[in-house]
Every structure is written in structure tokens, then in C-alpha cells.
Design a protein around this ligand. Sequence first.
Ligand code: T46
Length: 132
Amino acid sequence: MNITKYTFQKHGDDRGQLVAIEEGKDIPFDIKRVYYMYDTGKGVRRGFHAHKKLEQILICVHGNCKIMLDDGHEQKVVLLDSPYEGLYVPNSIWREMFDFSADAVLLVLASDIYQESDYIRDYQEFIKYLGK
Ligand code: T46
């Protein structure tokens, strides 16, 4: 499985750092939605689904967490611990997020609005979907 991690340009000066992300330039899709999760409890694992069409970029803008990606053949775990790195998660990938530090803020840039019909929340159904 090819994992794409983007390293965004930092515009740093003596005041600190600034990162800007533009659709069509820094990431491969138009951004239709932004959401983020924080205050994630110790030991919590979330996700447990794949998307039929949705593409996303995951950025841990504060703290750190791990992302498990599964394409039906292999699984890879990626550590997100940098506010200027983004993990690209294409469609048809099962994902689980875990090991959140207490201060973790996981920001997600998404290619579409929220649609429950785009989710595959059952792993066996995901495997069947890949075979179609
Ligand atoms: C994903 C991973 C990385 C909304 O109302 N709008 C939204 O845009 C989102 C993302 C969620 N919700 C509601 C639906 C649920 O009642 O918020 C609640 C929690 O969502 P969910 O259980 O799907 O959260 P995660 O952390 O399991 O998954 C989320 C995204 O849903 C998913 O697309 O790829 O983060």
C-alpha cells in the first residue's frame, strides 16, 4: 500500500510558524468540509470504517496520534505528530485512529460534505465492496 504524506510549507519567522493549505496546489482535491476531533479519551480507538468516494487529508495539528490504514490486503500504521504534515487517505481504505495524546487535535480536510451513505462501517462488507 502506498502511503502519501504531504509536508506542507512552513512560513516561519521570529513570531512563529504558519502553514497554509490551498486546494489544487497543496492537496489533490477540492476541500468541501473541515472537521476536527479533540479531547479524545485515553485508550479510545475511533474510525472503523471506509469511504466509497471520500478523500481526506488528516493533520494532527497539536499533539500526536496513530492512524491504521487497511486496503484489504495489508495494514499500515502511520504516526501523525507534526502540524505541517498531512496523511492522504484515499477512498476504499479502512481506517482506525488510536493512541491519541491528551492534547491531540486531529484536523481533517475532506473532499465532500458529510454523507452517511458514503460510509462502509462493517469490515466484511468492506472486503466484499473491494471485490466488486
Ligand atoms: C473519518 C475519520 C478520520 C457529522 O455530523 N459530520 C461530520 O462531518 C462528521 C465527520 C461526523 N459527524 C457526526 C456523525 C457522528 O454522530 O459526528 C459523530 C462522530 O462521527 P464518527 O463516529 O463518524 O467519527 P469517527 O472519528 O469514527 O470518523 C471520522 C469521520 O466520520 C470519518 O469520515 O474518515 O473521522
